[in-house]
Design a binder for this molecule. Structure first.
Ligand SMILES: C[S@@+](CC[C@H](N)C(=O)[O-])C[C@H]1O[C@@H](n2cnc3c(N)ncnc32)[C@H](O)[C@@H]1O
Length: 237
């Protein structure tokens, strides 16, 4: 089974990422402002997770449909943030060509697949469902900061703030970050491609996007290599 099928669909995922509940109050409005579409735009929140960013999207006056692979996340979404949602896989979206004004891809939700072809396919699907000149907001972790953090924590198990133990390593080819966690006798293993900036730009271009702007933070500051977040606003050609 692919790691992302199981790890996000586990009740303990919500414990590990509890901080993200509070962070949504800052991230939501800031990312929605960077998406910068007119009121009443139709926006796909992909992936929507448990819907923590939906209030910010709705507050801006967008019509929103969320999509995610994890049934557990979608259940929580419906309980806490009722809205239209669909269970889906990024590689084959259940939406018509050109139906959306925006795709909102928040919080490092690209690079999960093992092959470049599949990661490209995710962006191609985003492009397919966007109308011409529709907007993708792709919010990624800055690779330099990830490199610094991994160098800082080393390769050994350590006790994370949230009370679980964690080990973080690079894959042998240096492209992917492998994060293992142990919590309450359960093991989790995230395996995410952390692209270079040039790779993000190349993949966006190959998928049919033109880069509009790249930001280096939630406040919309310009992109820089050392930024914690690399946030790309790209236009469907
Ligand atoms: C880091 S979370 C981000 C969720 C949301 N954007 C947020 O900011 O809260 C990643 C999400 O991607 C979903 N996901 C993972 N693989 C997926 C796939 N192949 N297709 C669709 N969703 C997927 C997970 O279930 C999880 O909810």
């Amino acid at each position: 089974m692919d790691w992302f099928v199981r790890d996000f669909d586990h009740p303990l995922y919500f414990e590990i990422y509890k901080d993200k509940e509070q962070e949504a109050f800052e991230e939501g409005p800031a990312l929605v402002a960077l998406l910068a579409l007119p009121e009443d735009s139709f926006v796909l929140d992909l992936p929507c997770g448990w819907g923590r960013l939906l209030p910010a999207l709705e507050h801006r006056g967008y019509r929103v449909v969320g999509g995610d692979l994890s049934p557990l996340n979608l259940q929580r979404h419906q309980a806490e943030f009722p809205g239209l949602v669909s269970r889906l896989d990024f590689r084959s979206l259940p939406f018509r060509d050109g139906c959306a004004d925006g795709v909102f891809c928040a919080y490092t939700s690209w690079g999960y697949f093992a092959s470049d072809e599949e990661n490209l396919k995710q962006l191609q699907e985003f492009a397919r469902v966007l109308r011409p000149a529709g907007v993708l907001l792709l919010d990624l972790s800055g690779r330099r900061v990830v490199e610094q953090n991994v160098a800082f924590v080393g390769h050994d198990w350590f006790l994370a703030e949230q009370g679980y133990i964690e080990r973080v390593r690079w894959s042998h080819d240096g492209r992917r970050i492998l994060t293992e966690r142990k919590l309450k006798a359960e093991r989790f293993r995230h395996d995410i491609w952390i692209p270079e900036d040039a790779e993000v730009r190349t993949f966006l271009c190959r998928a049919g996007f033109e880069l509009d702007r790249a930001f280096g933070g939630l406040d919309g500051r310009p992109w820089e290599a050392g930024a914690e977040r690399w946030i790309y606003r790209a236009i469907k050609r």
